[in-house]
Design a protein. Structure first.
Length: 263
């Protein structure tokens, strides 16, 4: 699916900066704390920024994404191997110690069948005892009316990112589709000299116990399910934090999963 940010990886990295590589360092801390290995597959790897940093930390790093533009940027910019694929069903013909799925990439599985297929593929690509580490929006925060969610759902959020001297301004509105259990997004991009570009996207919203059940059916034992700290949580992870000292209140807008593949 065409998307302004995924079609322009350099702008994507400016829109969502992570100069301290917090996401990759969080993954490394979580994997180390739970006894994971050193080969990693990153699903929805995007620009390769997170995976590339994991490679510098000594991981045997493979990234998969459906965007050819993102993959081209990743191969030209970061260490690691990058392959094209659909996280809803993939077959790379080999197994890994760790699979990561960050920044709500798992939530592009909009249907139960999509999600079940993705998790089955993950299980098939993990060695026995391997880890699945995922980071995403928390469905309970949005669907259950958790205090604070109104600030994300009310009104339009406007941001401007400058690349090569050109301002690109986005206007974003989020809305709930309760029947489909989706968080839908309408984003309008304005660039000088160009017609406004309107794009629609959506994330599946999962309740924590619902995610546990899907993992169980796919052959995973859930080791941890928590809302913070994480790379995008309101209480962010900081290098040196104990990744097992987590909040399981699950009232935050982020949801973090650590699961182990059953033997």
């Amino acid at each position: 699916m065409s998307n302004f940010l995924t079609d322009n990886p350099a702008i994507y990295e400016r829109q969502f900066p992570d100069p301290g590589h917090v996401a990759a360092r969080w993954v490394d801390a979580v994997v180390t704390a739970h006894g994971g290995g050193r080969s990693v597959l990153d699903l929805g790897c995007g620009t390769g920024r997170d995976l590339g940093h994991l490679a510098t930390l000594g991981y045997e790093a493979t990234g998969m994404d459906s965007s050819t533009a993102m993959l081209a940027h990743a191969r030209a910019t970061y260490p690691g191997e990058y392959v094209e694929g659909d996280l809803r069903a993939f077959d790379l013909g080999r197994a890994f110690d760790v699979i990561t799925c960050l920044d709500s990439a798992l939530l592009y599985c909009h249907t139960n069948d999509d999600l079940a297929a993705c998790l089955r593929s993950c299980r098939a690509h993990l060695r026995p005892g391997g880890l699945l580490v995922a980071e995403m929006r928390n469905g309970a925060f949005f669907l259950a009316g958790t205090p604070g969610n109104a600030e994300l759902l009310d009104g339009v959020r406007t941001r401007t990112v400058t690349a090569d001297g050109v301002d690109h301004t986005s206007h974003t509105r989020l809305r709930l589709d309760h029947a489909a259990q989706l968080l839908r997004r309408t984003r309008t991009w304005e660039t000088p000299g160009a017609q406004p570009l309107v794009q629609e996207s959506a994330w599946r919203l999962l309740f924590p116990q619902e995610l546990r059940a899907f993992c169980d059916f796919a052959g995973f034992d859930v080791l941890a399910l928590f809302d913070s700290p994480g790379p995008r949580s309101d209480d962010p992870f900081r290098p040196g934090d104990d990744p097992t000292a987590v909040s399981t209140a699950l009232t935050g807008d982020r949801l973090h999963l650590v699961a182990r593949a059953r033997s």
